[in-house]
Design a protein around this ligand. Structure first.
Ligand code: FES
Ligand SMILES: [Fe+2]
Length: 427
């Protein structure tokens, strides 16, 4: 590619070239250097309780099966037959003893190994054919407090290193209760005509849009305005390795938009217990006005409990998959309340999701215009607001009305795009 990626972003001034949301060559580079390399969220452990339980999902545009094998290990298998390439699993979720390809009948174990072939004698007579050499490609797999991640990087950093000190923030939602978390219900898929980065960066740090974009929905639902945050002293943005979390310390700001008093009661009653577990700051973050993104494309809303990935489908389209994350130990009726609340706010028919989707689609499609495409975008909000905080790790910034996390997201994006994979990758 003739473009120098570093010329496309100027994070010292806060400027971004719009071609990053439109250029097909850059998109191919993203698939190679971001989605085939980063640790990507693929499932929650609660979805795979018994051997043979599986879900299918995407790592970039690569379709994968996440399955618990006979020894209880979670495997991530590339969902394509090594014979002619057909999918070996067509379901989104289920329970199986193995996978059999529809085309010529090759069968694979839960570990991805080739176990049997149709018309076996013909293969056995074929020089060089060795069942042990052929199987579904596997990814490296690791978990952090219930979240299963996978990577196709042949020499990846540990998941702990990839997440780094962002784990301190993740524990706000993953470890505020000793019983841990689970997904409830299934997942919802929808397609948005927007670039995946526009959605991811929004969750990483765009508190600015909330009070404006979602004001009419907030008025319609609750008869209340979204609070102004510019002068709020308990308002921060934090980022680590391109992962971003913007937040307030108001305990229930996000959760209040679910419109269910029992959820607010639950959060308030647990505040002391969470303080003992995670300290005062994080106890105030649990349901607060906040949003977060694990680089590159895993986003969630603490308090609203919508948990999602933005799967890339070309530079102009994203496929959104949404789940609802809850504490495993909470009463059933609360889990139902969270699920219904999340659907009312952040699902394809959710009031806030529709607000966002329209903005992101126009922000992407505007770049079709040649002249439009050549106008830089402004990402300078909050330059110079970094602070040292005695408790909060990573890069911490005063004020969640800030582009600091978006700048960190694009710095990480450029760093990866300009770092070619090693020759040993064999991808
Ligand atoms: S493509 Fe799978 S068995 Fe032939
Ligand atoms: Fe939004």
């Amino acid at each position: 590619m003739s473009v120098d990626v570093n010329d496309l972003i100027d994070m010292d001034r806060g400027r971004v070239d719009r071609s990053i949301f439109w250029n097909d060559d850059l998109y191919q580079l993203e698939l190679e250097r971001i989605f085939a390399r980063c640790w990507l969220f693929v499932a929650h452990e609660s979805q795979l309780s018994k051997p043979g339980d599986f879900v299918t999902t995407w790592m970039g545009e690569d379709h994968v099966i996440v399955v618990r094998d006979r020894s209880g290990v979670n495997q991530v298998l590339l969902n394509t037959c090594p014979h002619r390439g057909n999918r070996v699993c067509h379901a989104e979720v289920g329970q199986v003893r193995g996978f059999v390809c529809n085309y010529h009948g090759w069968s694979f174990g839960l570990d991805g190994k080739l176990r049997g072939v149709y018309e076996a004698p013909a293969f056995e007579r074929t020089p060089g054919f060795d069942m042990g050499d052929i199987g579904l490609k596997t990814a490296s797999v690791a978990a952090y407090k219930g979240l299963i991640f996978a990577t196709f990087d042949p020499d990846p950093p540990t998941l702990e290193d990839f997440l780094g000190d962002f784990r301190w923030y993740l524990d706000v939602i993953l470890d505020n209760d000793p019983d841990g978390t689970e997904f409830v219900g299934g997942s919802i898929r929808s397609v948005l005509a927007c670039n995946w980065k526009i959605a991811s960066e929004n969750f990483a740090g765009d508190a600015l849009h909330a009070g404006w974009t979602h004001e009419s929905a907030a008025q319609a639902l609750f008869g209340q305005s979204v609070p102004r945050l510019s002068d709020d002293p308990d308002s921060f943005a934090a980022n680590v390795n391109g992962h971003g979390w913007e937040f307030n310390l108001d305990l229930v700001g996000n959760a209040a938009t679910l419109g269910d008093r029992q959820i607010l009661r639950y959060l308030r009653e647990r505040e002391r217990e969470v303080t003992e577990r995670l300290g005062e700051i994080r106890s105030r973050m649990v349901g607060s006005i906040s949003s977060a993104n694990v680089f590159p494309n895993l986003s969630f809303l603490p308090g609203q409990n919508a948990f999602r990935t933005w799967h890339p489908r070309g530079p102009r389209t994203s496929e959104l998959q949404t789940w609802v994350l809850v504490n495993k130990g909470m009463p059933e009726e609360l889990k139902v309340a969270y699920r219904k609340g999340a659907m009312r706010t952040f699902s394809p028919s959710g009031v806030f999701e529709m607000d966002d989707g329209e903005n992101w689609e126009y922000s992407t499609q505007a770049n079709q215009g040649f002249v439009t495409r050549n106008q830089p975008l402004y990402y300078g909000l909050g330059l110079g607001t970094e602070i040292e905080h005695p408790d909060m790790p990573g890069h911490v910034f005063r004020g969640q009305i800030n582009d600091a996390n978006q700048r960190a997201f694009y710095r990480r994006w450029a760093e990866l795009l300009t770092d070619p994979p090693t020759a040993a990758s064999g991808r």
